[in-house]
Write a protein that binds this ligand. Structure first.
Ligand code: AMP
Ligand code: MN
Ligand code: MN
Length: 326
């Protein structure tokens, strides 16, 4: 780990113009990693573009500095980048059009997904609870000074990817990093208020409809449901602000695997999977061309028949469950 980290520091020290890119369908760890690395590299005098080739969901957009520091794809087309650093993305398709620039520009991949395809010139892929923890280590090695803004930005990813320190990826390094960042002024209360105590009422109304179409399988160990564009329209929710209820399904007593099918564009579904204790959902995600972690994984798929897509996915889960039984 230290050697790869040193190599990355070497690459950064050699150049001035850097693109930091996160993944499409951004989550808290993604925006936190892009934001934290962008702000840190600026602090040490680099010329940086933080980019995500997708819309930022409303619940993250309001977070300090995100609107200012994370730009859309347009900002990179004329930028004379000498180095691209991809964060929290497991494969090229996850960074959208920014991957086109990998042909001409040196690249570094920093990620914590076991399903990573090592698509950069230098790849640091490690088992951390959050990519934001890896950014913290990189910033420390770059001797970046942390203030409360940088600490808060960095904390966001660690808090969200560990489900606010509840998931099984919450190891001792998480608490050590959080303690360090809180000492630097990181505001954990601000983050929990913005993420957990800020749900639009429409989302809760939609949750009722989502529960109405929920189904259970295999003696109630698999729970699944969907959100279609029509369901979103009923409550005037934009697709980019579509809430994720997959955690709520997993929280049901006796459920091991939870799956949600969310329509993002007509006929295009994002499938989110979570497991509680033993089932490896990343294996199912990889079968369908996606990726993720053992307890949280996903993929996207076009389909003009949602029921068919649901059956296909649930059958694959059942098949893998049966192989555990043997
Ligand atoms: P989600 O269900 O979208 O919250 O994603 C859960 C985990 O799976 C995250 O770690 C994502 O990075 C990963 N993931 C989701 N969708 C994909 C995809 N299409 N390809 C690779 N990884 C994905
Ligand atoms: Mn992510
Ligand atoms: Mn992550």
């Amino acid at each position: 780990m230290v050697r790869t980290l040193e190599a990355i520091v070497g690459e950064i020290k050699k150049v001035k113009n850097i693109i930091v890119v996160g993944h499409v369908m951004p989550d808290g760890d993604d925006v936190s990693s892009v934001l934290t690395l962008t702000m840190a590299l600026e602090k040490i005098g680099k010329n940086v573009r933080g980019v995500i080739d997708d819309q930022i969901p409303g619940y993250l957009e309001e977070f300090p500095f995100i609107k200012d520091k994370i730009k859309s794809y347009d900002c990179v087309s004329k930028f004379p980048a000498e180095l691209i650093i991809s964060v929290d993305a497991s494969s090229p398709d996850r960074i959208g059009r920014v991957y086109d620039h990998f042909k001409f520009t040196r690249s570094v991949v920093i990620d914590h997904h076991a399903t990573n395809t090592y698509f950069g010139n230098i790849n640091w892929v490690d088992k951390f609870g959050a990519a934001a923890q890896m950014i913290l280590r990189l910033n420390k090695m770059l001797e970046v000074e942390y203030d409360e803004d940088l600490a808060t930005a960095n904390l966001l990813g660690i808090a969200t990817d560990t489900g606010f320190f509840r998931y099984s990826n919450t190891d001792s390094t998480v608490f050590e990093d959080v303690a360090w960042l809180v000492k630097k002024g990181g505001k954990i209360g601000l983050i929990s208020n913005m993420i957990l105590e800020n749900r639009p009422l429409e989302n809760l109304k939609l949750y009722k409809d989502f529960l109405d179409v929920m189904k259970l399988e295999r003696e109630n160990t698999i729970a699944y449901s969907h959100i279609t564009l029509d369901m979103l329209k009923k409550y005037n929710i934009a697709p980019k602000d579509s809430p994720s209820f997959v955690g709520e399904l997993r929280s049901i007593k006796g459920v091991e695997v939870a799956v949600t099918f969310t329509e993002g564009e007509p006929g295009l579904y994002h499938v989110s999977m979570r497991s509680k204790e033993w089932f490896d959902v990343s294996k199912v995600a990889v079968t369908f061309g996606g990726g993720g972690h053992p307890r949280a994984a996903g993929f996207s798929k076009k389909s003009d028949n949602l029921a068919e897509l649901e059956n296909e996915t649930i059958n694959e889960i059942i098949k893998l469950m049966e192989s555990y039984d043997k």
